[in-house]
Design a protein around this ligand. Structure first.
Ligand code: ADP
Ligand code: ASP
Ligand code: MG
Length: 405
């Protein structure tokens, strides 16, 4: 088989873990597989580097931040290659540019345009193991770029597609994808498989076990992902295009995201085009507007509320305050202590009343819902951040997702 293995931060987090990871790769090569490896930085390293940069200058140039944080992966890649060579397997570490990852020029959120991987494939076919730094590439000018937090998942899937691997194995510190984050709900149950479509919602609504873009890419090229543990040898969760909707329960899982902030504009003179006049400039500033609610207008005035990533809160508030002064709106209010909780599942298509049941569960817990948004396979509510864990646990239990004892 031709395999791409990706190891996350905890799987290369110490020399001991690097040795254990090298043993897994060694065994796969010995049994005749062609293997390429993508690694993350040692756990905690990316944050450590970012903190240093921000301690010098909170507004450090994005190009230099990318140059700095890309070094985390270079360390783990080289250490792993050293250990593989010691075990007797020829192994070569490559940084993103050397590995052929060509990206656009948007620092900190670069998109992969192409992976020129012929040399990596040649190693694989010769029984050698290329170890590639995840999370990074270079733009046309050769500037180092990074793909956004958690981006090594996307590097791995892109490489798997480029070398036409049979499967992309993503090794991490949990042994599969669970019905919700097992760190906050110990009763979460492991899913044997999940469709790309559901996983895409799951990831984009906050399940950070896979970077959302990695799932989108895998879906587009039909690349199966096996999410599994590097700590124990058990089958993980397959993310595939197979239709597993048949006997799905009402919902498949619960996701949450604390990374949210809310902006409310009160008393906007209601005229055609106000949504575009407010949200257009926000989008132009590269800020991702998510849940949007516009109230029915009363006496020619309306209110609008929307959410943005918490990181973009200060910039959004400043921008919206300027726009509202121009538009003569009454006032702008913000809250950067909100969170999003979502229920997800293709089963919703064939079960009625799922959203209503969610609202009942939250109301029984006295949790106030601030905003609601739905699609065919998800219902999302915005609530005060302090209720996240309570809401996730209550929903997980009410929808019968708790694992059997
Ligand atoms: P890595 O460093 O290997 O990329 P991450 O920390 O990015 O690992 O992702 C693994 C973590 O994702 C787990 O430790 C778990 O707490 C979290 N997680 C969130 N939601 C889920 C879920 N639904 N199923 C499994 N893990 C989840
Ligand atoms: N090291 C990067 C991060 O911490 C990329 C990754 O781990 O996927 O976000
Ligand atoms: Mg990750």
């Amino acid at each position: 088989m031709r395999l791409v293995h990706k190891y996350g931060g905890t799987s290369v987090g110490s020399l001991e873990r690097i040795r254990a990871t090298a043993q897994l790769i060694y065994a796969d090569v010995q049994s005749g597989n062609e293997v390429a490896v993508v690694v993350s930085a040692m756990s905690g390293e990316t944050n450590r580097l970012l903190t240093m940069a921000h301690d010098i200058d909170a507004a450090a140039p994005a190009r230099e931040i990318d140059a700095l944080v890309s070094t985390g992966e270079q360390v783990s890649a080289a250490l792993l290659a050293i250990e593989l060579n010691r075990l007797g397997i020829k192994s070569y570490s490559y940084n993103g540019r050397q590995a052929g990852f060509c990206t656009d020029a948007s620092h900190a959120r670069a998109r992969i345009k192409d992976v020129k991987s012929e040399h990596l494939l040649a190693h694989m076919q010769a029984g050698e193991v290329p170890v590639v730094t995840g999370f990074q590439g270079a733009d046309e000018q050769g500037n180092i770029t990074t793909l956004g937090r958690g981006g090594s998942d996307t590097s791995a899937v892109a490489l798997a597609i480029a070398v036409k691997a049979d499967v992309c194995n993503i090794y991490t510190d949990v042994d599969g994808i669970y019905t919700t984050d097992p760190r906050i709900v110990p009763q979460a149950a492991k899913l044997e498989s999940i469709s790309y479509e559901e996983m895409l919602e799951f990831a984009s609504l906050g399940a950070k076990v896979l970077q959302t873009r990695s799932v989108g890419l895998a879906m587009r090229f039909n690349m199966p992902i096996h999410l599994r543990s590097s700590f124990e040898d058990v089958a993980g969760t397959m993310v595939t295009g197979e239709d597993i909707a048949m006997e799905r329960a009402e919902i498949t899982g619960v996701a949450y995201n604390r990374d949210e902030a809310k902006v409310t504009i009160k008393g906007i003179p209601d005229q055609p085009g106000i949504a575009a006049r407010i949200l257009g400039p926000v989008a132009d500033a590269g800020i991702n507007v998510d849940v949007i609610v516009q109230n029915v207008s009363a006496q020619g005035f309306t209110d609008m509320t929307f959410t943005v990533p918490r990181n973009d809160y200060t910039e959004t508030m400043a921008l919206v305050q300027r726009l509202c002064a121009d538009m003569k709106a009454e006032k702008v209010k913000g809250d950067d202590g909100v969170a999003k909780v979502s229920i997800i599942g293709v089963g919703m298509r064939s079960h009625a009343g799922v959203a209503r049941k969610m609202f009942d569960v939250l109301s029984n817990e006295n949790i106030n819902i601030q905003m609601i948004t739905t699609s065919e396979i998800k219902v999302t509510v915005v609530l005060d951040e302090k209720y996240v864990e309570l809401a996730v646990r209550a929903l997980h239990q009410a929808f019968d997702l708790d694992a059997a004892e």
